[in-house]
Every structure is written in C-alpha cells, then in structure tokens.
Design a protein around this ligand. Structure first.
Ligand SMILES: [Ca+2]
Length: 267
C-alpha cells in the first residue's frame, strides 16, 4: 500500500471507527440507563400472556385475564374489567397498578406509556392515564383518548410531559414526581380530568401496556444508525476504488492497457 492509499484508508477507517464508536455509545446508553433505575425498566410490557392480571387491580380485586381475543386474536390474553355504574366499589371504570409501574421514570428514560385498548361498550369512553397519590392528589392526562362505542382494539400512547397532564390537588412538580413515583398508575374513564374516574356501566379491554422511550432518545438512535450506514457506504466505495487502481496497475505492468489492448514490451 502506498502512502496515498494509506491516507485514504486511514480517513475511511477513522470515519467508520467514529460512527461505530458513536453507535456503541448509544447502545450502551440505552442498555445501561434502565439497569441503573430501580423497579422500572425501559421497554417493560404487560402483555398478560402469563394468565394473570400482572398486578392490575380494581375496586373488586384483580381484573380479569381473558385468554383469547387480544389485538392478535386467538391465544392473545388481555386484561378486562367491567364497571357497574351507580355506586359501590365496582361503579367506576378504573384499573390501577401499584407494583411494577412505580419507580424512576426519568432515570429509566421512559418518555411515554403505550397500550392497546378496546371498548366493548355501546357508548364512547374517554380514557386517561393518571399518576395517583391519593383521591385528591396526583396528575391525570388533560386530553383523553376517545374510544368509540365498540371500538375494537386501538393503540394509544400517553406522552409523559408536564404539558400533557393536569395537576389534581398539590402533587408538586411533575418531573419530580416521576423521579420517584410511589403511587398507583391508573387507567380510567372520565369526561373531565379526574383521579377517580366516572361512574359508568362499561367493559374495557387492555393489553400491551408498555414503557417506551422519550422521543429524543429515539431520534439520537436514528442519527447514529444513519451515520453508521453512511460510513459503511463510504468504506465500501473506497475499497472498490482501491481494487480498481490495483487492477489497472497490474494490467499496465503486464503490458495491457485498462481497455484490454497490448501496450507493447517494456524495457
Ligand atoms: Ca396479550
């Protein structure tokens, strides 16, 4: 390899190594952040395939696990709850979890909570996500996910930003609450922001409740992947150019020009 080729390879190698190092750093960032958090893990998902309610409860105890009929149909288990309306412990459409959804959302890099929802009721529902500390203290999404009557399975995403939530009582700063959440994560139906939900006769299906990254993290990973792809393309092009030059030089030294003509004997 001559000095010019060496410089070219060096530049390509540097670009490739730079992009590779960036990608490795991003991967480490994604992998290590949730491990550093407490109970919460980025990507954790409640899919109810274990046949249980996965710690999701109601005023009547654990919600029902239905073994078939989730978003993918037969064999896809999901959570289902029927509220009675009127008064009493089962009157309101509220399901809650005080276990695996407690912890530090910020350190885990969780920016949204996504889920699949199905309204089996002949009237619309307004589904909200709430961080419940007490009946008079917490945060609830300001704008609900509107589920039409007999909606079929719908995918919903709740972005965890202060601007999307209404404070009930005096829960303090939203970000601070999410840095050490010790209350109930609630999925509820209410026509206006509420931590308790409305009294309604309704049946709601829930599946694939998942902790997903904040949009900035996704964008960072996308940039890293694009840089890695570009570096690979540059490296491939440089390698092809070098091979062409070597082939041409070899042909010239053999007395053949690059288009196949005999150049003549060398002295
Ligand atoms: Ca499922």
């Amino acid at each position: 390899m001559n000095s010019r080729e060496g410089k070219c390879c060096h530049r390509v190698g540097c670009s490739f190594r730079h992009a590779s190092n960036l990608f490795v750093c991003l991967a480490v960032l994604l992998v290590t952040r949730p491990i550093a958090a407490n109970a919460l893990i980025l990507g954790q998902i409640d899919d109810f395939q274990d046949g249980t309610a996965q710690n999701w409860g109601t005023g009547q105890g654990p919600a029902d696990n239905v073994p078939n009929g989730g978003p993918t149909g037969s064999g896809d288990s999901y959570l289902q709850y029927t509220s009675s309306g009127g008064s009493g412990s089962d009157s309101r459409m509220v399901v809650f979890n005080s276990n695996q959804w407690q912890g530090d959302y910020n350190d885990a890099g969780i920016g949204s909570v996504a889920m699949d929802l199905n309204n089996f009721t002949a009237q619309p529902l307004s589904i909200r996500l709430a961080f419940f500390l007490s009946r008079t203290t917490g945060f609830v999404t300001t704008t609900p996910i509107s589920l039409a009557a007999d909606s079929g399975w719908q995918h919903a995403t709740f972005a965890l930003t202060a601007a999307n939530f209404t404070a009930i009582g005096s829960p303090g700063d939203f970000g601070t609450l999410l840095s050490n959440f010790t209350g109930q994560l609630r999925i509820l139906d209410s026509s206006s922001p509420s931590l308790a939900g409305d009294s309604v006769s309704a049946t709601l299906g829930i599946d694939n409740v998942q902790a997903i990254p904040e949009p900035g993290t996704l964008a960072l990973v996308a940039v890293g992947l694009v840089m890695l792809f570009c570096a690979n393309r540059v490296a491939a092009a440089a390698t092809a150019t070098l091979r062409g030059k070597r082939t041409r030089r070899s042909m010239e030294m053999s007395g053949i020009d690059p288009v196949g003509k005999q150049i003549g004997s060398r002295h």
